[in-house]
Write a protein that binds this ligand. Structure first.
Ligand code: AMP
Ligand code: MG
Length: 349
């Protein structure tokens, strides 16, 4: 499989670029000639292509193994850029942009015909985000076009928050990756659509919470699929990504909703070879089983969750019992990712 574009480069070994000006120029010129380049954002690493180049976007879907009906987010650096690609933009979208952009909020808006269908999976809407990461912003400006970028992982596996994660998944599949260090947020953007003039619906929870959004719009609805522990394939979904397997390591993941004593009791009742627990930092003292930790508050858990899921596989863990995070604020985003990583295997103990 080779990237699209007349100046495609060999993908035998992924080119690792730094965030120096000259390397970002290289990244931009690869993108301009139709190649796929992984770039750091504040949420997770993205697999970027020129959003106006159909073949380049097709190469993104191919590199990830992503189903064609799961649309991509386009990343912009200015409101003018958004207006070139989206139309009928509600006034509340501008208020949200003013408050949360640049940052981890994605808005679903009616698309202009200039946006290739392949980007939106045939939908008549387009997902738009203005990222804050300086590397992503600089490269978008150098290319002069929005970049379509899903997370830079193989479809279905945990999202990448470090250069190593991207290399593990994408070596041999894309042209280059730019090293931007560890992503600060660690979970993907909050995705919203507009249900009414001043009413938004959260389709995917992220770092921008329902309470944050309520400061700007009258009504915030949390889509029922976000917390549902029923596999949504059979139900109607508002965002195609909701119906696909997500974030899963090779290890079996079981999400256990319990205080630490309930959690220990539950784990004690399952004695399996190759099991490991993922608990809060503060639970670790005298913890009687094999374990890893993922921080103690929701922000830390968001930042660490995907690294820990990948580490479980590196350690050859067979079953990972995760002590569930809180289900509110940023915790809702972590919980939502973990339900899916667990393949909806959620235990109340
Ligand atoms: P990712 O690319 O991994 O960050 O995922 C992007 C998410 O945004 C997926 O869940 C998509 O289904 C969702 N998305 C992108 N475009 C649209 C759209 N036009 N309407 C609804 N959801 C969208
Ligand atoms: Mg993704």
């Amino acid at each position: 499989m080779y990237p699209a574009g007349s100046d495609s480069v060999s993908m035998k070994d992924i080119i690792c670029l730094t965030d120096s000006d000259s390397d970002l120029e290289k990244a931009a010129s690869l993108l301009k000639s139709g190649n796929v380049v992984a770039l750091p954002t504040e949420t997770v690493y993205g697999l970027a292509a020129d959003a106006t180049n159909r073949d380049a976007v097709a190469a993104v879907f191919a590199a990830k193994g992503r189903p064609a009906d799961n649309p991509l987010i386009i990343h912009v650096t200015t409101l003018e850029m958004m207006e070139q690609y989206a139309e009928d933009i509600p006034r509340s979208a501008y208020r949200l942009a003013e408050k949360f952009w640049p940052g981890p909020l994605t808005m679903i808006l009616p698309k202009k015909s200039i946006v290739p269908e392949i980007v939106t999976g045939g939908l008549d809407t387009v997902a738009v985000r203005m990222p804050s990461h300086p590397v992503m912003r600089k490269v978008i400006d150098l290319v002069g076009k929005p970049l379509a970028a899903p997370s830079a992982n193989l479809s279905g596996s945990p999202s990448p928050t470090t250069l190593k994660h991207v290399k593990d998944d994408m070596n041999g599949r894309i042209a280059a990756v730019v090293d931007g260090g560890e992503c600060t947020v660690g979970v993907e953007s909050t995705v919203i659509c507009f249900d009414g003039y001043d009413s938004v619906r959260i389709l995917r929870p992220g770092f921008i919470t329902a309470d944050d959004l309520r400061k700007v719009v009258d009504e915030v609805i949390i889509d029922e699929n976000i917390l549902s522990d029923v596999v949504p394939e059979v139900k109607e979904v508002r965002s195609p990504g909701m119906k696909y397997k997500h974030y899963s390591p090779a290890a079996r993941v079981v999400l256990v909703c319990a205080d630490i004593e309930g959690f220990k009791k539950y784990v004690a009742s399952r004695k399996e070879a190759g099991m490991c627990c993922l608990i809060y930092d503060k639970d670790a003292q005298n913890f009687p089983f094999n374990y890893m930790t993922y921080g103690s508050d929701s922000e830390e858990q968001a930042k660490q969750i995907f690294s820990r899921l990948r580490e479980a596989d590196e350690k050859g863990v067979k079953t990972l019992y995760v002590r569930a995070p809180k289900k509110d604020g940023v915790g809702l985003a972590v919980y939502n990712r973990l339900i899916r990583a667990a393949g909806y295997e959620v235990v109340e103990s």
